[in-house]
Design a protein. Structure first.
Ligand SMILES: Cc1cc2nc3c(=O)[nH]c(=O)nc-3n(C[C@H](O)[C@H](O)[C@H](O)COP(=O)(O)OP(=O)(O)OC[C@H]3O[C@@H](n4cnc5c(N)ncnc54)[C@H](O)[C@@H]3O)c2cc1C
Length: 433
């Protein structure tokens, strides 16, 4: 096999699959590297539906969505190196050298002009949140429980408590119920849930699973196996209120307390990261501060919709091919044009714009808090323009919009502000995602 590639994509989840197809369609000699035995990433274990509403206008399951994306890769006969673990990346002489390992070939190297990192995210574990007590068997991150249920065919427990109201936890609560386990409740420390509205309705309300807000698990009980957890309410500084503590008997604690972009393999390369997203700082082509290295999917920022993941993969893959072919104008010097997040904006991606690339730019953002009605404006070079108006915004729901970038060498400030009650009554329009 050719050991010199124009583009190597790391990770064969939906981001990597879309990236490698886009790179090939731009004429690049491209391949995929995946550590698991099968491509598809997290989609393989998401047997519920709700994927592809935007990209395919269909309500697909995760494996169905992965199958459609994978068909595109196979139709182009793009090589997928599965069961291959990436050990190290070096950059020298304007090329990337990847040191990889697999049982069949041992340790080997590939080189690439461009690299796309599409390595997904990992779950925050029970050890990363403070809970007193022992660590008996029966404490699972939600994604691990989902994998046991949907891929291994194993029931993690019969009487379960879920800590955290992220989407993965909500979906697992429903799956456990469908498989005959009882879910005693979902406990969320914040005053509002972290998951999408549709998951709250379809996973909790439809199955009569109680959601307790401003509440947490403060202690795990049990020797050998979980026998119960202490739950209590928290005050407005998220501290447990001792006299509200009560014991909930259970044999399993499912922890769904957040996802962390997986970028450890890139840390040694000296690129800049965004503390708000946990992913690298990127420009509108999703190129990082290291020329030739692109980032997309959940390793760039945690997404809630796979459709946005695939779109980002396409942007990164096409640009990676352009970079390999010498068609992508070099970033003048990072930071190029800074995209500043103001007002109620928690995060914006991309965080930089390359002024040498005027044209249509796709941006994604999240609100800092729940807003009943909000307006987004862009300001640059003393000018300001409305971008959109939203009937409601919640932090779990990532929003996407596009703008025409003229290439002006100034910063761009995006400001999200709550619209007053009067303005709301005067008719605030919702802008489709
Ligand atoms: C439980 C759950 C439910 C969801 N439900 C929905 C839903 O209903 N609708 C919806 O639209 N979206 C949903 N999503 C969101 C969406 O599916 C994910 O955001 C999307 O799958 C992320 O794609 P990705 O390619 O970035 O990452 P992943 O799918 O995680 O893929 C990353 C791949 O990279 C590989 N990899 C990582 N490191 C290396 C390495 N060093 N070497 C080689 N390979 C590596 C991994 O093995 C993996 O295959 C859900 C997500 C989760 C977790």
């Amino acid at each position: 096999m050719n050991e010199r590639w124009d583009v190597v994509v790391i990770g064969a989840g939906p981001a990597g699959l879309a990236a490698v197809v886009a790179a090939r369609d731009r004429g690049a000699n491209a391949c995929l590297v995946e550590r698991e035995d099968r491509p598809g990433g997290i989609l393989k274990q998401c047997i519920h539906d709700g994927f592809g509403l935007l990209r395919y206008q269909s309500r697909l399951t995760g494996p169905e969505y992965a199958h459609r994306e994978l068909s595109q890769v196979r139709a182009r006969q793009i090589p997928i190196l599965t069961g291959v673990f990436l050990l190290a990346i070096r950059r020298d002489d304007r090329r990337f050298t990847l040191t990889l390992q697999c049982p069949r070939r041992g340790v080997f190297e590939l080189t690439a002009s461009s690299l796309v990192a599409a390595t997904g995210c990992r779950e925050r574990t029970a050890r990363q949140v403070f809970i007193h007590g022992d660590r008996p068997a029966g404490v699972y991150p939600a994604g691990t429980a989902q994998r046991l249920l949907n891929i291994e065919g194993l029931l993690p427990g019969r009487r379960c408590v879920v800590l955290g109201s992220g989407d993965v936890g909500l979906i697992v609560a429903r799956r456990l119920t469908l498989e005959g386990a009882s879910v005693e409740g979902v406990y969320e420390i914040k005053p509002e849930p972290s998951g999408l509205d549709r998951n709250l309705a379809q996973c909790l309300d439809d199955f009569h699973i109680p959601l307790h807000l401003c509440a947490t698990v403060s202690r795990i009980h049990g020797r050998g196996r979980v026998s119960g957890v202490t739950v209590c309410r928290v005050d407005n500084r998220l501290r447990p209120i001792a006299d509200t503590a009560r014991l909930v008997p259970c044999d399993t604690l499912i922890v769904s307390v957040g996802l962390i972009p997986e970028n450890e393999i890139l840390r040694g390369l000296g690129l800049e990261f965004d503390p708000r997203t946990g992913g690298p700082l990127v420009d509108q082509t999703l190129q990082t501060s290291l020329p030739g290295l692109f980032s997309c999917g959940n390793s760039l920022q945690v997404h809630d919709l796979v459709d946005h993941v695939s779109e980002g993969g396409e942007i990164a893959g096409a640009a990676a091919a352009d970079h390999a072919a010498g068609r992508l104008p070099a970033i003048p010097a990072m930071p190029a044009v800074e995209v500043r997040a103001a007002g109620e904006l928690r995060q914006v991606v991309p965080q930089r714009l390359n002024p040498a690339l005027p044209g249509r730019v796709v941006l994604w953002f999240r609100a800092r808090r729940t807003l009943e009605a909000a307006a987004l404006t862009a300001g640059w070079a003393g000018k300001s323009a409305p971008i959109g108006e939203y009937a409601s915004l919640r932090p779990p729901e990532m929003q996407r919009f596009t703008l025409e970038y003229s290439g002006e060498p100034d910063h761009l400030t995006l400001e999200l502000r709550e619209v007053s009650g009067d303005a709301r009554e005067n008719g605030v329009r919702a802008v489709p995602a």
